[in-house]
Design a protein around this ligand. Structure first.
Ligand SMILES: Nc1ncnc2c1ncn2[C@@H]1O[C@H](COP(=O)(O)OP(=O)(O)OP(=O)(O)O)[C@@H](O)[C@H]1O
Ligand SMILES: [Mg+2]
Length: 505
């Protein structure tokens, strides 16, 4: 024994204790607090220091465990010697040249040995494996967090009360709030419409939507910062703590706006197809009827004419017969329009200046009484490219649209005529905007149907727009309508322009 006084009182106990320390997996060194010299080091300490007990005997404590240990140990000693603390907890790296670095935890204290003597005790245990696992876990968690935080797919995590604890980049983009604004400050309930949050939680807890604790593909509406209602699919998982209690939720959100827009467009195309199909069948029907009526009408007109010739100018029946002939003529006009509609005859086509065609139409129509209180404004593009078409058919389209506008305004309002070209689409367009009452969605859907009219009997046949539609189809063009009740109506006719005629982009 280096110092007889150390074990003099409890010699046997001490022998047992030192035997225990000799075999202990923890490292122990005893040192003189003043001189900081090692007096005893157990085998575990020798292994940690990478040297033998003989080498450590009398060595400087601060020098044996590597450079990272030196400031830690020296500070601990200072604190102990100041008398403010009885023991210091330690946590540092042992770096011995040519040996793997070890992480240790432990404590240092100063223990009285006799009345006068004190010894320092340094007690360390190797925590390297635990630290490695912890580092690995921490790294994995950080990487996972990075993946989730950076994901463009919205993810929101909450605690058990619904307070938001994570709000990733995708959620920021979808809902218009930054993570800093909501984490710890807002409830996820705030983003749901009405009572939907409670409903979602009920469904998550129920077993029938993807299992207990899971809700899959639930359709809901979320409210953004700008109060926009966004349709979404939600997948919500309950999070549990170690005891199995509810600790929160994680919600994966799928924005449905894009999908819904596609569905809407598909529906629109379907409607157009149905419409085209209906027009074709109606065309056939109309052609059949018109054909059948044409001959008897011809007869009525012929014999009516003959009768008129036979009647004396003074004959009172003359005005009745005249009326019969006039009405029959009107019928014939309708039948002719029907035949036009049905046969979709291709007429002779030539280059047409749409501005000029529009002017000619307006000149003819402008004289009519209905036009007297209607202001006509023109915003026509100069140098409009010519289109190829049948001038009288094109004028017929313009006349139909203008007549409808004037009818709709009931003689009072403003008609705005505009024209222009779209170089990217390669089209020229003319638009007609009126300040009339506009149309409901139900009317707007049917205006191109033959015989659809909202006008009183005798005032409209409902053929104007269906004819115009067919004429525009024959010109490979389009006729578009924008109208809402109370907001007036704009009809736009669009013509394709031959390559060489197109205006500069
Ligand atoms: N500018 C408009 N403002 C409001 N409604 C309109 C307008 N243009 C057309 N409509 C609606 O579309 C329907 C169909 O128009 P269309 O030109 O095909 O037939 P019509 O004008 O009723 O009869 P026709 O033109 O054969 O004399 C109209 O009855 C009206 O309800
Ligand atoms: Mg009309």
């Amino acid at each position: 024994m280096p110092d007889g006084g150390l074990f003099s009182d409890h010699h046997r106990t001490m022998r047992v204790l030192s035997g225990v320390w000799e075999r202990a997996p923890q490292a122990l060194a005893l040192f003189t607090p003043g001189g900081r010299r090692i007096r005893y080091a157990n085998p575990a300490f020798c292994r940690l220091a990478g040297t033998s007990a003989a080498q450590l005997q009398g060595a400087a404590l601060l020098g044996v465990l590597g450079k990272a240990a030196r400031p830690v140990l020296s500070e601990a000693l200072r604190d102990l010697q100041s008398g403010q603390v009885e023991a210091v907890a330690l946590d540092f790296d042992v770096e011995i040249p040519l040996r793997p670095r070890r992480r240790v935890e432990g404590r240092m204290e100063i223990v009285p040995v006799s009345e006068k003597r004190r010894l320092g005790a340094l007690h360390l245990w190797d925590v390297t494996p635990r630290h490695e696992t912890e580092d690995e876990l921490r790294g994995a968690l950080a990487r996972l967090r990075q993946v989730v935080e950076g994901s463009p797919y919205p993810v929101i995590v909450t605690d058990a009360r619904g307070v938001i604890t994570r709000f990733n980049r995708g959620a920021e983009a979808l809902l218009g709030f930054s993570a800093a604004e909501v984490v710890g400050r807002r409830y996820i309930q705030d983003f749901y419409e009405g009572n939907a949050a409670r409903e979602v939680m009920d469904q998550v807890r129920a077993p029938d939507h993807g299992g207990k604790g899971v809700l899959e593909r639930y359709e809901a509406i979320l409210i953004t910062r700008s109060r926009e209602r966004v349709p979404v699919w939600l997948t919500v998982h309950l999070l549990y703590d170690e005891k199995g209690g509810e600790a929160g939720t994680v919600s994966f959100i799928h924005d449905l706006r894009h999908v819904m827009e596609l569905e809407r467009r598909l529906e629109e195309v379907q409607m157009q197809l149905i419409h085209a199909d209906k027009m074709a069948s109606l065309g056939k029907l109309a052609a059949g009827v018109a054909h059948e009526i044409n001959n008897p009408l011809g007869g009525i007109l012929l014999f009516g004419g003959l009768l008129l010739e036979d009647l004396d100018f003074s004959d009172p029946r003359r005005s009745d017969v005249d009326r019969i002939v006039q009405e029959a003529r009107r019928c014939k006009e309708i039948v002719n329009s029907l035949l036009d509609f049905a046969h979709q005859r291709r007429r002779y086509q030539e280059p047409v200046d749409l501005n000029a065609a529009l002017d000619q139409c307006m000149e003819l129509l402008g004289g009519k009484a209905l036009f007297h209180n209607i202001r006509v404004r023109r915003e026509l593009a100069d140098d409009l490219p010519l289109v190829v078409g049948n001038p009288s058919q094109i004028k017929q389209v313009f006349t139909n649209i203008v007549t409808n506008a004037v009818d709709a305004m009931d003689g009072e309002g403003e008609l705005l005529l505009r024209s222009g070209c779209d170089p990217t689409e390669g089209t020229v367009w003319v638009s007609f905007t009126d300040t009339g009452p506009g149309m409901s969605a139900g009317v707007r859907q049917r205006i191109f149907e033959p015989f659809f009219t909202t006008k009183e009997p005798g005032k409209g046949t409902g053929l104007g727009l269906s004819l115009s539609y067919n004429i525009m189809r024959m010109h490979r063009g389009d006729i578009r309508v924008e109208s809402e009740p109370g907001r007036g109506t704009t009809f736009t006719v669009v013509f394709p322009v031959p390559e060489e005629e197109r205006c500069e982009p």
